[in-house]
Design a protein around this ligand. Structure first.
Ligand code: NI
Length: 162
């Protein structure tokens, strides 16, 4: 019990000289993470799905409503049959919000109802079909193209952000 009982919060430690290079590296890393140091800090707010869904009516054209970790949260309205396709590098999550989604796979069909989701692993051929309008939340890497390996009139390259 010979050590003085000092609170660490009151100790002002000067970094030793050898630390200056390390601090410079840390500054470089911070610059990489935020290229514009004057940019405002990211805003934090909740997202109301019904409000976002009310902003568009187009079918098969996903809107981006969130970004995290290189992935995106998208909303899409589906009606009718889509095209058969697969994604070479991305797994896709379809969470049904409204309506009944029929997910056709090569060997079977899965009916996905509101409150249910289905994950289509990379490489798996699939065709979403909506006999009546279906609203879906998608969660997938930002690089995911809606038509996967098939480019055509249904392909949307640049997604609108809501
Ligand atoms: Ni797909």
């Amino acid at each position: 019990m010979s050590a003085p009982n000092r609170s660490p919060t009151l100790t002002v430690a000067r970094p030793p000289r050898w630390d200056s290079r390390r601090r410079a590296e840390a500054a470089d890393a911070a610059e990489l993470e935020s290229p514009n140091p004057e940019a405002a800090p990211p805003s934090v707010d909740k997202v109301n799905l019904a409000e976002k869904l009310a902003l568009f009516s187009e079918h098969w054209s996903p809107r981006v409503v969130g970004d995290l970790n290189g992935q995106q949260v998208k909303l899409v309205k589906l009606q009718g049959p889509f095209v058969w396709h697969h994604h070479d590098a991305e797994d896709e999550l379809f969470l049904v919000l409204h309506g009944h989604l029929r997910m056709e796979l090569k060997d079977r069909t899965v009916d996905v109802k509101p409150g249910e989701f289905i994950i289509i692993p990379r490489g798996v051929e699939h065709r979403p079909v909506a006999e009546e309008e279906v609203h879906v939340l998608l969660f997938e890497p930002a690089s995911t193209l809606n038509t996967g390996n098939v480019r055509g009139e249904r392909t949307v390259e640049n997604l609108q952000r809501l």
